[in-house]
Design a protein around this ligand. Structure first.
Ligand code: NAD
Ligand code: ZN
Length: 361
């Protein structure tokens, strides 16, 4: 297992396995026989994985209760959190009890937020079942919900007690959901590790076929990148901002489309815009820019912004959280594998980038 050092807790372990059996061993350090656990999961994941996970946790914990909500981003809000609080109160959950987030990033973010706030904070564990959640959102302690159409507007830093990823759950993801996770994987390569990015190109066939060995190598490498960045900067004062590559424009698109497009797809379009701006500034070579674009095609990620207005996108980037002193904190690329924070990106550059992908160049 990988171990993540945090400022808040001492540390926590990340398990990457091929089934749920190892959960019994993994939760041992939590003294489960003295605590109740509530499995929080969405309707889709419940039908696939709730029974096996429940069966394993029942062997360890003093009690297991279940809270399910309708799957999808529209559930990631305070209404769902309120229903979860109510469920916990009715089930007499106290400070020593635990939540388990079984599902994708939506489940992880909202469960983590409930755990951060219920009785001023209780423990929770992450059992991520989407590629996006395994490589990205389950690690790092960022929790939260959307508010009035603003992404992740309300939240808290709260680290899980452990992360348990079962690779075999990735087999049941739709092609679209898998592609979304690839958006974050490719983002990790783009910001930190050129050879990892090249590896993804070479292994495209195996990855797309979801071959276990390829997935294991890929998920582990992405987890390491995320862990390294988060450890250096647990509360996002510096380096961690690089993980927001593609997210300024990505969140703007998400908001304009009213969350009709998936997060990973929006991020993939967002980093294409960042790559375009970097290319036009003479940072990326032609070859690099077109490689990034072609990788999106290869991994079923979008390269066109349909029916969007570039001025609307510019406007929407202004309401994003990533502002400092009124200036947008943009992540650009010096090269593949090397991202940096830039405060000088102009509206005109964003407009030009969006326009390019509207027009197909
Ligand atoms: P999600 O949780 O909505 O999962 C996507 C869909 O896949 C859902 O319909 C879900 O029911 C289904 N699903 C989950 N696991 C499945 C499986 N194994 N097989 C079949 N279907 C399955 O979304 P996501 O893409 O995992 O995560 C996106 C969310 O994560 C966004 O809200 C984003 O803001 C957040 N996020 C958070 C962080 C962070 O650091 N906290 C980082 C990145 C993204
Ligand atoms: Zn993201």
């Amino acid at each position: 297992a990988l171990t993540v050092k945090t400022g808040q807790r001492t540390s926590y372990d990340i398990y990457l396995e091929e089934n749920f059996d190892g959960l019994t061993e993994a939760v041992k350090t939590l003294e489960p026989e003295k605590r109740k656990i509530c499995i929080v999961t969405d309707s889709t994941v419940a039908s696939l994985y709730l029974n096996p996970v429940k069966a394993v946790l029942e062997k360890s914990f003093a009690g297991v209760s279940i809270f399910t909500f309708p799957s999808g981003e529209p559930s990631k809000n305070l209404d769902t959190v309120r229903e979860l609080y109510r469920h916990l109160i009715e089930a007499h959950f106290d400070r020593k009890d635990v939540l388990a987030a079984l599902g994708g990033g939506v489940t992880g973010d909202l469960t983590g937020y409930a755990a951060a706030t219920y009785l001023r904070g209780i423990d929770f564990i992450q059992i991520p079942t989407t590629l996006l959640a395994q490589v990205d959102s389950s690690i790092g302690g960022k929790t939260g919900v959307d508010f009035d159409g603003y992404k992740n507007m309300v939240g808290a830093f709260h680290h899980p007690s452990l992360v348990y990823a079962n690779l075999s759950t990735l087999k049941t993801l739709t092609a679209e959901q898998f592609a979304c996770g690839m958006g974050e994987v490719l983002k990790h390569g783009l910001i930190k590790n050129a050879s990892y990015y090249e590896w993804c190109i070479n292994q495209m066939f195996e990855i797309q076929d979801r071959e276990v060995e390829a997935l294991k190598t890929m998920v582990l490498e992405s987890m390491k990148i995320k862990k390294a960045v988060v450890e250096k900067d647990p509360t996002e004062k510096g380096e961690r901002a690089l993980l927001n590559l593609g997210h300024t424009v990505g969140h703007a698109i998400e908001k304009i489309q009213n969350f009709q497009m998936l997060h990973g797809q929006c991020v993939a379009l967002g980093y294409l815009c960042a790559a375009y701006i970097s290319w036009k500034r003479g940072l990326l070579t032609n070859e690099e820019f077109f490689e990034i674009r072609d990788m999106n095609v290869g991994f079923d990620l979008p390269i066109f912004l349909d029916a969007l207005d570039e001025n609307e996108v510019v406007l929407a980037t202004k309401s994003d959280k990533k502002m400092e002193h009124g200036q947008i904190k943009f992540i650009l690329l010096k090269s593949i594998g090397h991202a940096y924070v830039d405060f000088t990106v102009t509206d005109e550059e964003i407009r030009a980038a969006v326009h390019y992908f509207l027009d197909n160049g």
